[in-house]
Design a protein. Sequence first.
Length: 347
Amino acid sequence: MNRRTFLESAAVAAGGLLAGAGNVLGSKEGKLGEDAEVMTVAGARPAADLGFVLPHEHVLVDFIGADKISPDRYEQEDVIRVVTPYLNQAKSLGCETLVECTPDFLGRDPVLLKRLTEITGLHFLTNTGFYGAAKDKFIPAHAYEASVDQLADAWTREWEEGIDKSEVRPGFMKIGVDNGPLSDIDKKLVRAAARTHLKTGLTIAVHTGPGLPAMEELAVLAEEGVHPSAWIWVHAQSEKDTEYHVRAAEQGAWIEFDGVGPNTLDRHVELVVEMKRHGHLDQVLISHDAGWFRPGEPDGGAFRGFDTVFNQFLPALKKKGLTDIEVDRLTHLNPQRAYTIGIRALN
């Protein structure tokens, strides 16, 4: 099957309408639904309270591997000392919410994020799910033996009971897949995420990159009865062929360009402009994928701040003709809608 045929068949398979979610999600260009809520580390809040959102960032990531990961590898006070100035800078520039995308077995620390909320006043979202990218280094051994439903039940329990016996509940799912065709374990993760979504209404953010696994994920979600609007294509900027972005957006998916940095401005600006040209600006998310305190490195290594979007990227978009209303949609309404809790099922 050639690429275009695959894209078109995936679009047909994933076609459909949201089932009963309109009152929550609201309209794309308009306001949020009157019942729209998100789950922050400090508890449920109206989605509109998120304000300006950076939808894909990291406070801490530990690359030691699932078999060696431990909170004993760092002191929370050290992380707070290093990270807080960068968070305060982002807040001073206008950020109100940071979606922290570090998954379980990669350094997820919901208690740390709750402390940072209290210190900085920023809202944080954390996640449930397993990360299957990087050749499965960060998948715990038991995930291979567990069934799809067992994984989904475990992730649903974190939503219902809190993470690791804390009061913090996940605000979304974060899973990852490798480049290329989906492996068996990657398909299992996507199916488990789909079934968790149908129980919890949590959005599914998937570290993906290229277009081929993205289209395969959409096909799996369709098989499980989940609408593409429940899915965020993370690292979509890694796919050079923008036809993939347009095809996924036509189905209703969220397209996330999350590698914004001083050296990537032109590329990311053109990606956003291209989505606007095709009429899909209301499905675009933008962020840095920055931060990254790394346990085991002196002072957490080289931490990258969260300022480029504010100081360089948004002014560059305006020079390309985006209006204040369109910029507000990218930075406020789109992520508020994307992370609203609500089941998005195919009819």
